[in-house]
Design a binder for this molecule. Sequence first.
Ligand SMILES: [Fe+2]
Length: 362
Amino acid sequence: MIFETPVVYAVGNTYQIMFYLNVDAYASVTIGTQTFDDAVCGNMRSLPGMRRITVPMETLDTAKAYSLRIERIEARLKYRTRSLGVETYRFEFHPVPKDDARAYMIGDAHGDLDGAVSAAQAYGSFDFLIVNGDIGETADETQALSAYRLAVMLTGGTKPVIYARGNHENRGAAAELLPDFIPLRDGCTYYTFRLGSVWGIVLDCGEDKEDDHVEYGGSARFHDFRLRETAYLQTVIADAQKEFRAPGVAHRLCVVHADFPFVQEPLFDTERALYQVWCDLLGEMGVELMAMAHTHRYCYALPGDPALRLKTPCPALIGTCKNETTVGGTGLLFGKSGVEYRFTANEAWMSESFMQCKGEPS
Ligand SMILES: [Fe+2]
């Protein structure tokens, strides 16, 4: 195959359509009568590798389909580049419905992509996918592509995907390449999104220990990264009317890999003051649920629960599971009266449903 199936990532009010090209080729996305080229400063890209074409969310939501146009290049020359012809591939697209949207959150697969797919299948159909980190590590390009490939397996380019980076996706020589393979907002891994009536914010804690821990070998600069992220959260609040207070927003969700509000072992008990600021800012946004991963367990804590080390503005959910035989995730239903969720796992197991009602104390 000259390319791998696209993933449609939701970032802000855009979709970033990303796909991996195995050949030298120009690429464009066509939606209705509009064409969006993969060009940089006026030059079409032609080298193999991951591509990202950003399109307006409203345009794709309306058209409900897009086409990938790939023009293979025999030789890119200074004059008269030689083409091998154009191929076009059409993909249906299903925008998230305004009412009763269903999401599936998976994370912590740690390389077991088939197990992660089985866990999602145990929940059944869903309208958008949340890939919540630690799908692989980043020792090389193949590992760094794990989250993308899992999203391909679960959506086939036909549904929106949210991605939050996990701490293990900072480990190894390809960590610095990962940003080329994942959705970004202005080069950053933290961003907001809007799907149907769900507004969300994706956070990134980076690594889970102090930057100078010997394990990182001098590679980590996450304290400064988190400071910039704090500043970004403040800009989101300043832009409330276009973000969490925009017309039609009925649900406000925070997605983050690390379970930072929860009590931590001493080695991981970092950044308390900064993370408390994050919780306070999420409270100003009216976030109703924090959906997390990282510690491979199913857990749900209301504000004030002794399992928490921080004062949270809303319930905190850890919804991914991983052990020697099990990969698990969480299905989320965004209903009129609140968010209903169920834990599922690759043994075709599904928990009873739990309800986070609107107006629950926070
Ligand atoms: Fe993790």
